[in-house]
Ligand binder design. Structure first.
Ligand SMILES: [Zn+2]
Length: 458
């Protein structure tokens, strides 16, 4: 059977290719799961098998947004500990987080993914590091939620083995032993990781942070990832307290500790990377280690401002992240494009620190590179997977903004007329079409209440 085609035309096109090619009036043709052509003017004539032709007048089409850091389970604990810094915030929330189970994680993953997808995310990374004893198949719950929504997923299978009795922050029953964490992580890779070009699900190895896991787990995790050919992810250099903690515990700062445990390389990406000196940035650039920049979360818990301009100037791969919704209740990536630009301009004469096009690039192509998917997603180019978003820019919020990319990045969150993942519609006219959004809202509310009751918070 001939491949079915979707034609989108009469819209502005921001390809986010290597040259940032844009077309004020252009087209995109999707054939099956891949992009067949992108260019100026109307689509080529005489195409066979066109099942849908979309008039994109008043719209901008971009690559789908790529979220590089999140904690889906936190969808059930939004609006708590709203005025705390990182360590106090963790201590306040761990007793609740430690009670999560499989139905809660399934509901939270659906809520997190639905919110992101409705706002133009087509690939999402989830860093899930809490596996309380007897909580069920949390990995399967997250993978299943992404599959049902139709969003591409990188699940960073997290772990912690430093509980309260070892000087860590989480309660002991919420952490795993070294062996259990490694065995379950390898099992997740074996069951769910798809190394192929068009993979919908990939797994990464992801101990929570240097201060919640043993040095042995860091080292063994790096070895496991390299042996199985998957990526490595963790939190790094988020707060000044973390820096101090690392120096006390290991006699060195976070970047040196990562180097010592084999955690710098082109197959590694880290969330935050705020407190980075010149030598740290140089080490990341030299090794190709990637960064997930999460500006809203960093501001919400007053962690600081990541030196994104300097990281980019040094050649470090940088993407954007929502981070968990316990520190970013909005749970959207389209607003992170704006916040990344604004936060990085804070300070005198920083007006060129991040441009609107650079912000869009971070949220698309940059994120794809950080997740190791640059060959398949992140830009609109023939042969790449058909993950794209058609943003509506002709209504009150955006109609008088001259430049469509500026409208998307600096304007109010733009409505999504159509979002395709792997060539399949996930959003139509602002609503999810793969799942029932209202049912997800009801379930997440019920599961959030059940969690609060279990944790003794109601
Ligand atoms: Zn995080």
């Amino acid at each position: 059977m001939a491949e079915s085609r979707i034609v989108i035309e009469n819209c502005a096109v921001a390809t986010v290719d290597a040259h940032d090619t844009e077309h004020p009036h252009g087209h995109v043709v999707v054939a099956g799961r891949v992009i067949e052509s992108v260019g100026a003017g109307p689509a080529p004539t005489g195409l066979a098998g066109v099942v849908r032709r979309i008039d994109g007048t008043g719209h901008l089409v971009t690559p789908g947004l790529v979220n590089t850091h999140h904690h889906f389970y936190q969808w059930l604990t939004r609006g708590l500990a709203t005025d705390h810094h990182l360590f106090d915030w963790l201590v306040a929330l761990y007793p609740t987080w430690a009670r999560i189970d499989e139905p809660m994680v399934r509901a939270a993953a659906e809520g997190s993914l639905a919110m992101m997808a409705r706002g133009g995310v087509t690939t999402a990374a989830d860093h899930h590091y809490i596996h309380p004893r007897g909580s069920g198949d949390l990995t399967g719950a997250i993978v299943g939620a992404a599959r049902d929504l139709g969003v591409r997923l990188t699940l960073a299978r997290g772990s912690m083995d430093r509980g309260e009795s070892d000087g860590g922050l989480p309660p002991d029953f919420a952490v795993e032993t070294l062996d259990a964490a490694l065995t379950a992580t390898e099992e997740a890779v074996r069951r769910h990781h798809d190394p192929s070009f068009a993979a919908m699900t990939q797994i990464a190895v992801a101990p929570c942070s240097p201060f919640s896991v043993s040095t042995e787990l860091m080292r063994e995790s790096a070895a496991l990832a390299r042996r199985t050919g998957v990526r490595l992810h963790t939190h790094g250099s988020e707060t000044v307290e973390e820096e101090r903690y690392c120096r006390e515990l290991f006699g060195m700062g976070p970047t040196d500790y990562f180097a010592a445990t084999d955690w710098l390389g082109p197959d590694v990406w880290m969330a935050h990377c705020i407190h980075m000196g010149e030598a740290d940035i140089a080490a990341f650039a030299r090794t190709g280690t990637g960064v997930a920049h999460c500006p809203s979360s960093n501001a919400r818990i007053a962690a600081g401002i990541a030196p994104v301009t300097e990281l980019l100037a040094a050649g470090v791969p940088v993407g954007l992240g929502v981070d968990g919704t316990a520190s970013n209740e909005a749970g959207e990536l389209r607003t992170e494009l704006r916040n990344a630009l604004l936060v990085n301009r804070l300070g005198p004469h920083r007006e060129a620190a991040l441009t609107v096009r650079r912000a869009l690039r971070l949220g698309t192509r940059g994120g794809a590179r950080v997740l190791g998917r640059a060959d398949a997603i992140g830009s609109l180019e023939p042969g790449k997977l058909a993950d794209l978003v058609l943003w509506r820019l002709d209504t009150l919020a955006h109609a008088s903004i001259a430049d469509p990319v500026a409208a998307l990045v600096l304007g109010a969150p733009a409505p999504v007329t159509l979002s395709l993942v792997d060539g399949r519609p996930v959003v139509e006219d602002g609503r999810l079409v793969t799942v029932d959004e209202d049912a997800i809202a009801r379930t997440t509310r019920a599961e959030a209440r059940r969690l609060a009751a279990l944790a003794g918070r109601d």
